[in-house]
Design a binder for this molecule. Structure first.
Ligand SMILES: Cc1ncc(COP(=O)(O)O)c(C=O)c1O
Length: 427
């Protein structure tokens, strides 16, 4: 190590063998570098203390993952994948539930199962994630967007029928924030026009509509287990097949176009490539992670509801005073506390709120940017009717931190900071 490095290493004390003026120069130079460095590091620190999301973790995830590793079975459709399917099929009274690699791939599978053709149209809301509309494209059809209801941010069921044309083949509903769409009306329109109904219940596992679990009401349903969802496997999802006659084709689509699922059940003595397909089957490691949470389905749901209800009570006076709007939970719906959002006056006020909360160390986030205004939406889709609420309401909406195990102290910090914002910005 040379003298130069020695000087640096010993921090402020120059070694005695250096002539005094050089040592002094080096010390001044070194100190100035360090102080500049500190300015870069410490200028206006923004330290986020409360995250928007913490992925669910119950404690048994690693144990189950280790079990899969020890059993030398980490590819898909092993013990944990089967147990995940079984626990959900029993609970949700579903004909068949298959784990997939994501909510997006479940939606793609649903679209492929519908056997769309070029020129076919699918009606959906524009206020959703790109995956919903992408699935329509992946299945070979075109998305037709209709407006949403401002109270739930769900597709406006009264505007669907006017968008139906001879080319319409399906309605893809999105149960936003785990609150059900008006399914009776939607199923009635679908029946009268011979349309399929796909439920994008990515956010809706455990929620019900008139006592029926979301995802099990239409022809096909889809869940997401992304880390931001109530139950997670990192990246993952599930497809809910509600008609027994679709099960075999769904298994083939998911297993690269082969009838391998039948082979593993011992129903055939060899498997072959029999149809179109893809690799929609997740690893056992992910399934093992998810299974730990499915065992605690109700505990997770109840804990999220605790957080949700505390927010609801805290923000109710502001909503009653007309300062903000809160989500409406229609009478027939039981929700899963997937999300707690408030609606501010407009985009400008929402931007100010998010910044204020950020400076208070709290991460709050907006949500979907309407798809019909996105480049791909303009290229591949069209909006039927008028955009009365989609853009306006999405501009006002902001989500507050909500996750399994959120402490009362952290939640109170969020509430206090939000209240300070409204005190400083009265009506
Ligand atoms: C409504 C909706 N649909 C689909 C998806 C896609 O799910 P995944 O991220 O698991 O692919 C999401 C994910 O956020 C979603 O919110």
């Amino acid at each position: 190590m040379g003298a130069w490095e020695e000087t640096i290493r010993h921090n402020r004390t120059a070694p005695i063998f250096l002539p005094a003026p050089i040592a002094l120069f080096m010390r001044i130079w070194y100190n100035s570098i360090i102080s500049k460095f500190r300015i870069i590091l410490y200028r206006k620190p923004v330290i986020l203390m409360i995250s928007f999301n913490v992925p669910p973790y119950t404690g048994k995830e690693l144990l189950y993952m280790k079990e899969a590793i020890d059993a030398h079975k980490i590819s898909g459709d092993g013990k944990f994948t089967r147990q995940c399917s079984r626990i959900m099929e029993e609970r949700f009274h579903a004909a068949r539930i298959l784990l997939t690699t994501s909510g997006t791939s479940a939606l793609d599978m649903a679209s492929l199962l519908c056997k769309f053709h070029k020129g076919d149209e699918v009606i959906l809301p524009s206020y959703t994630f790109s995956s919903t509309a992408n699935a329509v494209l992946m299945g070979g059809a075109s998305p037709v967007f209709v407006d949403i209801r401002p109270d739930t941010m769900n597709i406006d069921e009264t505007k669907i029928e006017a968008a139906v044309t001879p080319a319409t083949k399906a309605i893809m509903v999105v149960h936003y924030a785990g609150v059900a769409c008006e399914m009776d009306t939607i199923l009635d329109i679908a029946r009268r026009h011979g349309l399929k109904v796909i439920e994008d219940a990515a956010q809706g596992m455990m929620s019900t509509y008139k006592g029926q679990y979301l995802g099990t009401i239409g022809d096909i349903g889809c869940y997401s287990y992304h880390e931001t969802k109530n139950y997670s496997m990192g990246e993952g999802g599930a497809i809910i097949i509600n008609h027994r006659e679709d099960i075999e084709r769904a298994e083939i689509l998911r297993e690269k176009g082969t009838n391998r699922s039948k082979f593993f059940r011992g129903e055939i003595d060899k498997y072959s490539w029999v149809d179109k397909g893809d690799s929609f089957l997740p690893s056992e490691l992910n399934a093992a992670y998810l299974y730990a949470q499915l065992e605690q389905m109700d505990a997770i749901n109840n804990d999220r509801l605790r957080v949700y209800n505390t927010y609801r009570a805290a923000f109710a006076p502001l909503a009653e005073a007309g300062r903000i709007d809160l989500q409406t939970i229609p009478q027939d719906c039981v929700h899963n506390a997937h999300m707690f959002y408030i609606k501010l006056r407009d985009l400008e006020e929402r931007t100010a709120f998010i910044q204020y909360m950020k400076e208070a160390g709290i991460c709050t986030v907006f949500h979907f940017v309407p798809l019909h205004s996105a480049p791909a939406g303009r290229k591949y889709g069209r909006f039927h009717g008028e955009d009365v609420y989609t853009t306006r309401e999405s501009d006002r909406l902001v989500r507050l931190p909500l996750y399994y195990g959120m402490t009362e102290t952290d939640q109170q910090t969020v509430i206090d900071a939000a209240m300070r914002f409204f005190e400083r910005n009265p009506a």
